[in-house]
Design a protein around this ligand. Structure first.
Ligand SMILES: *Cc1c(COP(=O)(O)O)cnc(C)c1O
Length: 433
């Protein structure tokens, strides 16, 4: 595999950018010695700066649900670019996308667009605190909600309820009002709501956890959280930045028939351009300025280019009969192929597939929380990743991540991936022997 150009770009990048990358996981330290520099995408394929082609199973961490460069999305951006790039004023496309989002998600009466998932969760938490007049935020270990101070928190030691910062620069005070509970442990939520419900503004959760690898909610878990939060007057925030418009048009809330109070969106919503959003019940959303008193703003919020891209992508998803069935089937097929190939290679894996998302853990399963997810063998994943890359298949460059299949994946791509698996799992097996 050629890599001279990626290597040269990395050397230049390191001099001018921290670690040579603009988001840490792109350094690919779990699987390579330096980043792959991407150059071009086309349908299911991604080409790097050295001219290597890969079947892309990352799809920019989810946004490219139609694959790279879908003609309708590209054309919508081109057309809008001819009209205007940005106004900093209200414009028609924002109304159209908001109408589409609120129609797709019954729990969302009103939606406010921002520019990233991080901004969405940050704003939703501010709103929840204002609406309830309470400060404490509850999150779950292994769920990721962007780099918001209050959410960059991990559980305190022992019985301590207040969390600790996970990064220098996050004030202890910012983490103190956060409680971190284990995922999939309904009793922990019920217990906390009983004991401290009156102090808690919101519970934020990934309804299908996909940032520790894919960890689906246990049956009854989300329903139980909904019940316990409602009883305590605590707002339930579904962080659907990954699951929104991916597991179904109405997101995980549709798939599980649960109505959260607030919903955070991003990734697929923007069609590959930077968009986030938060929305929910009207009486809560009305607290946002200028209607209400909770401040939140953005110079490029509702960017016409991004609205056009998001609208084009979501309309295709809406109009393509069986789009989600196809996506789920591709994920199931990949999952089944991975289970079979790993068994044949005699390497222990747990492949978890949920609504078009999947992860192959190199660990015993089932994996239900972060502690179990953390047992995945990163050395085996590194060997697996490298072997797949050598066969022209790009998996996420870290072990505890999801595969994000796109609708551009054709049967021939799935076959090509399947054909490469036996050797990759043998490499994974031999990596630790
Ligand atoms: C990616 C992600 C975010 C953060 O979104 P950014 O656009 O990267 O800021 C928040 N929540 C979840 C569940 C995510 O996967």
């Amino acid at each position: 595999m050629k890599d001279d150009m990626s290597k040269a770009l990395y050397e230049r990048a390191q001099r001018v950018t921290p670690g040579g990358v603009n988001s840490p996981v792109r350094a690919m330290r779990g699987v390579r010695d330096y980043p792959l520099f991407a150059e071009r995408g086309e349908g299911a394929l991604l080409y790097d700066a050295d001219g290597n082609a890969y079947i892309d199973l990352l799809n920019s961490w989810g946004p490219l649900i139609l694959g790279h460069g879908h003609p309708a999305v590209v054309e919508a951006i081109r057309e809008q670019a001819g009209r205007a790039l940005t106004f900093g004023l209200a414009s028609r496309l924002e109304v159209e996308l908001a109408e589409l989002v609120t129609a797709a998600m019954p729990a969302v009466d009103e939606v406010r667009f921002v520019s990233s998932g991080t901004e969405a969760t940050m704003s939703a938490i501010r709103l929840a605190r204002a609406y309830t007049g309470r400060d404490v935020v509850v999150k779950f270990a292994g769920c990721y909600h962007g780099h918001v101070d209050a959410l960059l928190a991990r559980a305190g030691s022992g019985a301590a309820l207040s969390a600790l910062p996970v990064s220098p620069g996050v004030p202890h005070k910012a983490a103190e009002d956060t409680v971190v509970l284990p995922y999939n442990d309904l009793f922990a939520v019920e217990d906390l709501m009983r004991q401290r419900g009156g102090e808690i503004a919101c519970v934020i959760v990934e309804p299908i956890a996909a940032n520790m690898g894919v960890v689906p909610p246990k049956p009854g878990y989300l329903e139980g959280i909904r019940r316990a939060t409602a009883a305590a007057g605590v707002l339930l925030i579904f962080d659907e930045v990954i699951t929104g418009f991916r597991v179904s048009l109405g997101g995980a809330q549709e798939a599980f028939s649960i109505q959260p109070d607030l919903t955070c969106l991003g990734k697929v919503l923007g069609g590959g351009l930077p968009v986030g959003a938060y929305g929910g019940r009207r009486e809560i959303m009305e607290r946002i300025a200028p209607q209400g008193d909770v401040y939140q703003a953005g110079t490029l919020s509702g960017s016409p280019l991004a609205m056009a891209a998001g609208l084009a992508q979501l309309r295709i998803l809406q109009q393509t009969a069986g789009a989600y069935r196809r996506l789920h089937a591709v994920a199931e097929a990949l999952g089944a192929a991975m289970r079979e190939a790993s068994r044949a290679a005699d390497v222990l894996t747990t492949v978890q597939v949920s609504h078009g998302l999947l992860t192959c853990f190199f660990a015993p399963g089932p994996i239900e929380d972060q502690e179990q997810a953390a047992r995945t063998d990163a050395r085996r994943y590194r060997a697996f990743w490298q072997a797949m890359a050598a066969h022209g298949v790009l998996f996420a460059p870290a072990a505890n991540e999801a595969v994000f299949p796109s609708l551009a994946l054709k049967d021939e791509h799935v076959e090509q991936i399947t054909a490469a698996l036996p050797q990759a799992f043998r490499a994974a097996r031999d990596a630790v022997r």
